[in-house]
Design a protein around this ligand. Structure first.
Ligand code: PEP
Length: 265
């Protein structure tokens, strides 16, 4: 099944309201609605509404960087899936390596799974991040880690919801380090992820799930990564903060889009 490439910008904890508006406005005015590449940006949660306003009427979708696993109640400081949907979010990133490994307390697979199920129930589409650390890769554990994170992260999810899932394969050692996986490493991991997804949800569902690569994607390496058969897009951190760089990555996706079409964002 053909999959439409999907490029997402993760702005992390960067930019002011004014800078978010300027970046979103420039992207909104540059990405044509008929481009065969889906695009979303994930600003800091306090700026979701201003970015949503700047994107209004454009082809670019809005996403959040995290979410809580309950829909309302006494959960001070948390934001629920229905709240994100209410302010116009289509997507939420769950299980980013920084929430798994950097920000304390670290999120584990059980919490990530609760968030995935809650986000889907709240009407959001999910970008589920998975990836191995450098130590795990050196010890030959990459595939077992990816399989475990997928199995646990998507536990108890009905296969009919698979179309609402994007997987972001993000080797931890490549995020924000300038060190990118080689095209072979990326393709090998993505093909393995798809095999795992087929085991969990069936081949048809697995073939419809987009698998983004994330980890120091830049204008200079995007085209080669996006040309891999199982690389269906990119989750871009640092390079998504500069409109010109992010647009170049999207345009690298356009080069490959003639080979792909289909899945609506
Ligand atoms: C990310 O934020 O998911 C990411 C991959 O960051 P960077 O592109 O900066 O490595």
């Amino acid at each position: 099944m053909a999959r439409k490439l999907f490029i997402t910008g993760n702005w992390k904890m960067n930019l002011s309201a004014e800078q978010c508006t300027a970046l979103a406005s420039k992207l909104a005015g540059s990405v044509e609605p008929d481009w065969p590449v889906a695009v979303a940006v994930c600003p800091p949660c306090v700026y979701l509404s201003v970015v949503g306003a700047a994107l209004d009427g454009s082809a670019i979708r809005l996403g959040a960087q995290n979410v809580y696993c309950e829909s309302n109640g006494a959960f001070t400081g948390q934001i629920s899936p229905p709240m994100l949907a209410d302010i116009g979010c289509d997507y939420v990133i769950i299980g980013h390596s920084e929430t798994r490994h950097t920000i304390e307390p670290h999120e584990d697979d059980a919490l990530i799974n609760r968030k995935v199920l809650a986000a889907l129930a709240g009407g959001l589409k999910v970008i589920l991040c998975i990836g191995e650390t450098l130590d795990q890769r050196k010890q030959g554990q990459t595939e077992s880690i990816l399989e475990a994170q997928l199995t646990a992260g998507l536990a108890n999810m009905h296969s009919s919801l698979a179309e609402k899932i994007t997987i972001a394969y993000e080797p931890v050692w490549a995020i924000g380090t300038g060190q990118t996986a080689t095209t072979d490493q990326a393709q090998q991991a993505h093909a393995f992820v798809r095999t795992c997804l087929a085991g969990q949800f069936g081949l048809a569902a697995a073939n419809g799930i987009r698998i983004q690569y994330g980890g120091s994607v830049k204008p200079t390496n995007a085209a080669d990564l996006l040309a891999q058969p199982d690389v269906d897009g990119a989750l871009v951190g640092g390079a998504s903060l500069k409109a010109d760089d992010f647009l170049e990555i999207i345009k690298a996706g356009l080069q490959n889009a003639s080979q792909t079409s289909g899945t609506a964002v």
